[in-house]
Design a protein around this ligand. Structure first.
Ligand code: FS2
Ligand code: SF4
Length: 546
């Protein structure tokens, strides 16, 4: 195996024996094989679309599902990935036949267009189709940067799809891009494609924002309860709000409470979910604390997406894990997809919860969130006055991901040491590094404004563009906003590319720069976009706040 797609890549270069995330080498290889055949699908589907306007909803869904399944920490079920490879070959061959029928010209020189292995040949083939197949370090770096951006885009497209929102331009871009990178492209072409990926990243996040807010209303200022009640509960994690809705509806009146974990916390901010009296609040912290949080929770846990940490052999909660959608874990119960427009069936996890003890209380109190674009616009006068009077000197965007590395204490210390006239804008699970600190407010404006999940970084961009308009500036970079972003997995990559596309410069990315950036590609990002790493808290505050 060779994988360097996330921030925890072993030794800062790549995982080769086993993933730091827990992915085994054979699972990693099988995911490479899935991507290999999926790229073959994309070669055919893009040729059919370009030449005949062919659009196939099943293919669109299969491609974004497959990409999503391979992101960090989403799926640890090798049998499920292997079945998906078989299905990928079938889908590709269906497209091959369709292309022949319609007289479409397809360049099938990429082997993923033609390889026809039997399941017993998958293992051997899977070791030959990974990232290192591309020998030029810079080309590989750019192609993988683009791939990871597209994977993040696929995740967001899937959540939007689940809520009934689709954008065929996004599907066309994803498929064309996955097809294009099978060919020889120059560094310049790949740099251009990287920026275009950011453009479609913005479009996808806008789509998901529309899907979320149309279905559930605009997030509003909310005090989220951190304590527990005396009923058995279900803990729901991940990012999928459709799963959240259906779980809440199906648990109502059953005596089972619902709590959010990690990236599902922002579900508490949506008006549509507040009506459920058995929706208690948030339990625990960010994804990597799950081994402790799940022990004490006592009830079953539903993973709707990443980030899964495979449980230890002696974990008490092993048989309490359920997955759904792109998430998967060997030994866990997988709740199947919706069929024929019917909701998913959560009865098994609900019955399981009824047999469990209530959660142990691990903290009390509340945290405040819900500062997505509409809520911030509602406070715009207050915010603008505070900036004009100097009460707010600077906004620091500290969005992104949390992770296990010790060095991430930097973000807690950074938040603590920021001067009192600064406000943190956040989204994603990075916030758990400081969202329970008593950082106070500025004239009633909390010093940590949480917009929501990582995809709600889109909200932060919308807010920045609105402020640019209000202050009549020519350039988004003239705003008093600095960017100190923490990344972990591929959704953070699409957020980063989206910000670059919007023209944001001088983003600090930490705790380490991606292993998949070759020195030359990193140089391009530094020279053109001013991207930099982090150093130490005091110097970075001086640099970012002045
Ligand atoms: Fe956090 Fe994990 Fe949100 Fe990432 S819960 S690192 O998936 O997408 O952020
Ligand atoms: Fe390693 Fe990250 Fe890849 Fe997992 S996803 S194998 S931790 S680089």
């Amino acid at each position: 195996m060779f994988c360097y797609q996330c921030q925890e890549a072993a030794k800062g270069t790549g995982c080769t024996l086993k993933g730091v995330c827990g992915k085994s080498d054979d699972l990693s290889n099988m995911m490479d094989l899935l991507l290999f055949v999926t790229k073959g699908i994309c070669v055919y589907s893009s040729a059919l679309r370009e030449q005949k306007g062919y659009e196939n909803p099943m293919v669109n869904k299969f491609v974004f599902d497959s990409l999503f399944t391979t992101i960090t920490n989403a799926n640890f079920d090798k049998a499920a990935i292997t079945r998906r490879v078989t299905r990928a070959i079938e889908v590709r061959n269906m497209l091959r036949d369709e292309a022949a029928k319609q007289g479409v010209n397809v360049d099938t020189s990429f082997e993923g267009c033609t390889w026809e292995g039997k399941p017993e040949e998958y293992e051997a083939k899977s070791t030959t189709v990974g990232v290192l197949r591309e020998s030029n370090e810079d080309i590989r770096s750019l192609k993988e940067l683009i791939t990871y951006g597209v994977k993040g885009m696929a995740a967001y497209a899937e959540h939007a799809y689940n809520l009934g929102f689709e954008d065929t331009e996004v599907y066309a871009f994803m498929q064309k891009t996955m097809a294009d990178i099978t060919r020889d492209l120059s560094v310049d072409e790949l740099v251009a494609l990287t920026l275009e990926t950011g453009k479609y990243g913005v479009q996808t996040m806008a789509l998901l924002d529309k899907a979320n807010t149309t279905n559930y209303g605009n997030p509003e200022i909310t005090k989220v309860n951190l304590g527990v009640r005396n009923n058995p509960g279900i803990l729901i994690s991940g990012h999928d709000l459709k799963d959240m809705e259906e779980l809440l509806a199906q648990t109502e009146g059953t005596g089972v409470d619902v709590y959010t974990h990690s990236e599902m916390l922002p579900a508490n901010y949506y008006p549509a979910f507040k009506k459920y009296k058995h929706f208690v609040g948030n339990y625990g912290s960010s994804w990597w604390h799950q081994r402790e949080d799940f022990e004490s929770f006592n009830g079953p846990i539903l993973f709707t997406t990443n980030c899964i940490v495979p449980p230890l052999a002696n974990a008490s909660y092993k048989d309490r894990i359920y997955t759904t959608g792109a998430a998967g874990l060997e030994g866990a119960t997988h709740i199947p997809d919706r069929e024929n427009g019917k909701p998913k069936d959560f009865s098994a996890i609900i019955e399981h919860a009824k047999r469990c003890k209530p959660p142990v209380e691990i903290e009390k109190g509340e945290i405040v969130g819900g500062f997505a674009h509409e809520q911030v616009f509602a406070l715009a006068d207050k915010v603008v006055d505070a900036v004009k009077s100097g009460a707010i000197r600077k906004f620091i965007v500290m969005a992104g991901c949390d992770g296990r590395m010790k060095d991430r204490n930097y973000y807690t210390e950074f938040a603590q040491k920021l001067p009192n006239d600064t406000v943190i804008l956040t989204a994603g699970c990075a916030k758990y590094r400081y969202n329970k600190l008593p950082l106070g407010d500025i004239g009633g404006i909390p010093r940590v404004l949480d917009a929501g999940q990582c995809n709600d970084s889109y909200s932060l961009a919308v807010i920045a563009l609105k402020l640019k308009e209000i202050f009549q500036l020519n350039d988004i970079n003239e705003l008093p906003i600095a960017y100190n972003i923490a990344w972990y997995e591929q959704k953070a990559v699409i957020v980063l590319l989206a910000l670059l596309y919007l023209g944001v410069k001088n983003i600090h990315l930490g705790p380490t720069l991606p292993a998949f950036l070759s020195p030359n590609v990193a140089k391009v990002l530094v020279e053109n976009f001013g991207i930099g790493g982090i150093t130490n808290v005091d110097e970075d505050i001086k640099l970012m706040v002045g």
